[in-house]
Design a protein around this ligand. Structure first.
Ligand code: TRP
Ligand code: SF4
Length: 403
């Protein structure tokens, strides 16, 4: 059970091909940190890839496995986090369908990525039902695990906002079971006389004086009471705030700090700009790419002094080099004391060193596909156990448990 004492984290990535250093120094380093702090669910969202690649989906399959290998190679730990493939937890699709019944079309149409992506991916016809529903499928991904936190970049904030609104609407529509108040009162009594009184006192402080600290205290009180059923917990939480049952808590964004890692040309590292170094790029190609990196355009000849602030190579030093090395670059560049190839050499070394263990671990998994399949099978099972339970509750709340 996800509780504030044991919050869940959920995130997903579309299987679009080999991950690169931008992913590593942004999203993945964040996931590595989160996996030891929270119960994490990390999904390969292949259905989301389908929304844009439906005309030519054959690449999705191979990309799924390459991405999982990339995750494992950087140290995402299947003993800690649950790694799974979205389409193998079909409950996501069922929840998506059920959510679609009450989600206003206007909510989907006004999500900024809807129009933006249609503009950006002009070569694809994205005037489809599936693409419009992209954020709602993402909502299902998140709330099916009752996740408290969703680590995503700035571009995904509107999607998590959508998840919050849909969760709230679900609770509003289906959290009002017959006899709700009586059931909530009965649940409070089960906590014992003292806790029951405390609960009511805190509830009053919150509802009459808007005392937010009292609300938090009451939530902690409920969480501290371990012998409670899920239904009673949802009733007590909802009753506290003056609504019905809170079946879906509202997820919060955990904003991923923008990747420190720029691309080879100084822009953001992104496949669409063709300025990436893959996580498992072969060493000769890494060397070649760094050697060809543009430098301060004012530095035409070796004897011309340069300005690191106008050079993408300096941005790489900012990520990879220690203070001594940085000083050497700053001084050497401005005085024309070092040449650009000389300046790039320690970066080649640093990147190759960083990639060494990643490449090695990836190789082990590439040579042992069965173990990768096994890891995903286990992650899918664990995710499914949670998803199944949520769907049972959802069907019950929506009056669909007559089968
Ligand atoms: N839309 C996300 C992206 O493009 C991927 C995604 C799908 C996701 N489902 C999710 C992210 C659930 C976080 C949580 O990056
Ligand atoms: Fe860039 Fe280094 Fe050349 Fe200066 S010396 S222009 S920082 S590559």
């Amino acid at each position: 059970m996800a509780t504030p004492a044991n919050p869940r984290v959920m995130s997903g990535m579309r299987p679009t091909g080999a991950l690169h250093l931008g992913h590593y120094h942004g999203v993945l380093s964040n996931w590595l940190r989160l996996q030891s702090e929270y119960e994490c669910f990390f999904a390969v969202v292949d259905w989301h890839a389908m929304t844009t690649d439906y005309a030519d989906p054959r690449e999705i399959g191979p990309n799924v496995w390459e991405m999982v290998i990339d995750w494992l190679a950087v140290g995402i730990n299947p003993g800690q986090a649950k790694l799974f493939v979205q389409s193998r937890v079909p409950e996501h699709a069922e929840l998506h369908l059920l959510l679609s019944m009450f989600t206003p079309l206007a909510w989907l149409e006004r999500v900024p990525t809807y129009k933006d992506q249609q503009e950006k991916l002009k070569d694809k016809d994205l005037t489809t039902y599936g693409f419009l529903g992209y954020p709602l499928l993402q909502t299902a991904d998140i709330i099916i695990y009752k996740a408290s936190y969703v680590p995503v970049g700035e571009d995904q904030v509107a999607h998590v906002e959508m998840a919050r609104e849909v969760a709230r609407r679900f609770n509003f529509l289906y959290g009002r079971e017959p006899g709700f108040e009586e059931k909530a009162e009965a649940a409070a009594k089960k906590m014992g006389k003292k806790n029951n009184e405390l609960y009511h006192e805190l509830r009053r402080s919150y509802q009459e004086q808007g005392d937010a600290a009292a609300l938090e205290k009451a939530k902690a009180l409920i969480d501290g009471y371990k012998r409670i059923t899920i239904g009673d917990r949802e009733r007590l939480m909802g009753y506290l705030e003056g609504g019905g049952k809170i079946i879906f808590p509202e997820p919060k964004v955990l904003l991923t700090p923008a990747a420190k890692m720029p691309g080879l040309d100084g822009q953001k590292m992104s496949k669409s700009y063709g300025n990436t170094i893959a996580l498992r790029e072969n060493p000769a190609s890494v060397e070649e790419k760094i050697r060809r990196m543009p430098t301060d355009p004012a530095r035409v000849r070796r004897s011309d002094p340069g300005d690191p602030d106008k050079c993408p190579v300096w941005n790489f030093h900012a990520v990879y080099s220690d203070d001594g090395l940085k000083k050497w670059v700053q001084e050497g560049c401005r005085s024309a004391g070092i040449g650009c190839l000389e300046c790039k050499k320690p970066l080649i070394d640093a990147i190759l060193k960083e990639q060494g263990p990643i490449r090695e671990r990836a190789k082990e998994y590439q040579d042992d596909r069965d173990s990768v399949r096994g890891i995903i099978a286990q992650g899918c099972e664990a995710a499914r156990d949670v998803a199944r339970k949520t769907l049972e509750e959802v069907r019950e709340a929506m009056g669909l448990s007559y089968r």
